[in-house]
Design a binder for this molecule. Sequence first.
Ligand code: GTP
Length: 807
Amino acid sequence: MGEGGCCVQLLDGDGVFNVAGIEHFMNSVKLAECGLSYAVVSIMGPQSSGKSTLLNHLFGTNFREMDAFRGRSQTTKGIWLAKCANVEPFTVVMDLEGTDGRERGEDDTAFEKQSALFALAISDIVLINMWCHDIGREQAANKPLLKTVFQVMMRLFSPRKTTLLFVIRDKTKTPLEHLEPVLREDIQKIWDNVPKPQAHKETPLSEFFNVEVVALSSFEEKEVLFREQVASLRQRFYHSIAPGGLAGDRRGVVPASGFSFSAQQIWMVIKENKDLDLPAHKVMVATVRCEEIANEKLAYTSADKEWVQLEEAVQHDIVPGFGKKITAILDKCLAGYDIEAFYFEEAVRTSKRQQLESKLLQLVSPAYQTMLGHIRSKVLDDFKEAFDKALEKEGFAVAALECTQSSMFKFDRCCEDAAIEQANWDPSKIRDKLQRDIDTHLASVRTAKLSELTALFEGQLNKALAEPVEALLDAASDNTWPAVRELLQRETESAVSGFASALSTFALDQATVDKMLVKLKEYGKNVVESKAREEAGRVLIRMKDRFSTLFSRDADSMPRIWTGKEDIKAITKSARSASLKLLSVMAAIRLDEETDKIEETLLLALVDASSNGVKNRSIQSLDPLASSSWQEVPSAKTLISPVQCKNLWRQFKAETEYTVTQAIAAQEANKRNNSMLPPPWAIAAILVLGFNEFMTLLRNPLYLGVIFVVFLVGKAIWVQLDITGAFQNGALPGLLSLSTKFLPTVMNILKRLAEEGQQAAAPPSQSKPELDSKVFRNSIRSNSTSDPSSNISSTEDGDEYSSPLRK
Ligand SMILES: Nc1nc2c(ncn2[C@@H]2O[C@H](COP(=O)(O)OP(=O)(O)OP(=O)(O)O)[C@@H](O)[C@H]2O)c(=O)[nH]1
């Protein structure tokens, strides 16, 4: 039976659908590949009316036929399926269980109806097998069948136009031309009598069916003729689906790959006794099938070797040509889908394609994101490297702009390379992130460079200011602060102009630049101020240094030798006023050209007040230094407050006192050493006594002892009587007081001498020389009260301090 030999039972006699069998059948005959180019033919008719015999002869199939010699009984159960041999296009033929079956009985007619509806739903051409002698007969065997066919056709929601080919068997000598009108009349009558739904009440038969009629001679009696007629009938099945063909105006064909599923679903609906909505069924079949195809393609792509390798590679690094490779893989998958789903409903096919596409994109999206991540970090790394190099050659702003532009360009190019055509994904978020990362890097480098630059200029400014300011402050004079101001201005201007030109390469906004320049200026000012504060902290040492320099060195910086001619008072005064100058210069920061009265106040309070102190005590009661702030000087600018000045001055004076005293002592000693001439009384004695007598007097130790004793006694009387004190109030009162005190004093001295003598006799250790030394010490002490040094201190200081010697 050629290639059509294979046949399969689609439905068994109990109405069970043979899913595995039909799948196997479809695979073995490759039905799925036919698309829409296939036709389905089925045959209905009374039992044992030679249906199988006809199909086997017509299509070269191998359906079971009844053995002619065994009698007529049912051979075909359920529905059988086979491929027609040598017919184009691909034609599937179904052999249905015969109607009016004696075995099934009346109650089983349900299966007849179900199988008839099934055949009508899936067939393009239905052969109705009938005996010639039944034509025009009231009790014709095929009448119930036709009734059934027309009735069930009404249950198709929207019927497909089916070709009903009536095959008249065992034709008689009556020509077909006479038979056909009678048959058509019979058919029309049956059609008219079939109860129809309201919508189809007036619908003509031709809307549902193409009715064709053919007559065949008896196979049993005129086999040769039968074969000839069958052969010519076969011709009508060639190109049956082409326009003008036997099924040329069929509608709503299910693509071949959906045939099995469609048949199953139709049978299910029929068995559940529901109406068949064929258009909806078609959409349903398309939906299921397209989804199956899409899933199959997706699964295939997920396991695709090329894709798996690509996915693995992209985890580690940038994959060149990523976009093109992925695009090709997706294209391949979608093209496969398109081919297989081509014959299904366009709307369904398209929407399923979109679903497949989005699933495919979901599949590749993580890889794409990873790829973008690689691109971003690679571009960022490259940017950092390029920027570092560019900074060596160009200014910050230029380097930043160039490197940023080229990096962004590079990113865009890499993104183009990674772009997947189907996706049209926008990498702008990653691009923005890259831009932000670049900006952050630039900002941090900018901050570092700017602080480097700031430190550099601050360092330079500090160097240019600190030491000169220290020197200027140390040389405190009227010109100190103007000079400091000038220095500050000059150095700040030069630093600021250098800094400004260095900043210009950063392309900062003017406000920021101004702020930084102002900060540098402030820094310069702070350097000066902190230097001034530092110096103010050392002002006492500086004052003492200045004092001792001026005091102990002359105008030529030569150390002074206190010969006795120097005016110590004047020297002290000028040295102190120079030190006071230092104090007044250091008392406040004067970076603004505002005048203050610190110097005048200090002079008035410390120098003038002390020299006038004895005379004008009322000034002291209004001490201008009894305040913690200077007039007209803000506290921020005050380095030494008035009270501190006062205390410092007191300390300064106390600590320099010793130097002055030393100088006076040195001067005195020098004076004494230099007076090699005998004292005036000796010169007078020499003149009176003559030199020889004087020498005799000197050479005679007894005379000398007497003179010495007289001197001592005289001196003691002088002291006791306080002769200088007595004459302070005038000569006459002095003489009167002396005259009254003289005798008691002499007596007192003599008495004390006697007492001392007695005591000296008692403890042998206390001898006269000791008494003498005591008296001598006393005399020295009294002498010192009239010492010139005490004179100086009292004139200079009033009561403020006393000479260490007096203390
Ligand atoms: N009179 C007559 N008998 C035929 C013709 N063709 C076949 N037969 C005979 O009819 C009997 C039944 O043949 P089948 O082909 O099995 O009939 P069927 O309609 O397929 O039978 P079921 O499948 O059982 O319904 C056989 O004995 C055939 O020899 C024909 O053209 N005329």
